[in-house]
Design a protein around this ligand. Structure first.
Ligand SMILES: Cc1cc2nc3c(=O)[nH]c(=O)nc-3n(C[C@H](O)[C@H](O)[C@H](O)COP(=O)(O)O)c2cc1C
Length: 148
């Protein structure tokens, strides 16, 4: 049994819903999962002792990438999360009509890689209502579980 953490930032509830789907799926695979809002966690040692940390974040802004507001202070302290050598995975909701579709997922992935984390599963970017993306979420969740 692996020790998994899901941390997410979500304004209208879309990324939060995806986080809940992933929590259920990973628990059903027999792992221990905890889930927290980005605004409720401290960056200090966030990834220490975890087998896998999933980060979920929606994207805001117009002509530049803006992370979901609760995620910004955490992201600004990412150097403290102790991601080196820890597996991570990144997902988020967005809208393809924007210039930077799910740009937050790209920014978080790049930062984790620069911190020495092994980012697994590829990026899960969901366009529009995540209700319509249950198959993609399940497929991605399975890939992430498979990397444990
Ligand atoms: C003002 C505004 C700016 C947005 N900017 C982006 C963007 O740059 N890229 C993107 O992919 N989606 C963008 N979106 C879409 C949101 O990310 C999308 O609605 C998402 O599902 C919200 O997820 P959440 O409920 O988890 O916060 C924007 C939405 C609004 C209202």
């Amino acid at each position: 049994m692996s020790n998994v953490l899901i941390v997410y930032g979500s304004t209208t509830g879309n990324t939060e819903w995806v986080a809940g789907q992933l929590e259920s799926q990973i628990k059903a695979a027999g792992h221990s999962v905890s889930k927290a809002k980005a605004g409720d966690v401290s960056a200090d040692g966030l990834c220490a002792g975890k087998d896998l940390v999933l980060f979920g974040c929606s994207t805001w802004g117009e002509d530049e990438i803006e992370l979901q507001e609760d995620f910004i202070p955490l992201f600004d302290s990412f150097d403290k999360i102790q991601a080196s050598g820890v597996k991570t995975a990144v997902f988020g909701c967005g809208d393809e009509d924007y210039k930077f579709f799910c740009g937050a997922v790209d920014a978080i992935t790049d930062k984790l890689a620069s911190l020495g984390s092994q980012v697994v599963g590829g990026k899960l970017k969901i366009n529009g209502d995540p209700d319509g993306a249950t198959d993609a979420i399940k497929t991605w969740g399975a890939a992430v579980i498979g990397a444990l």
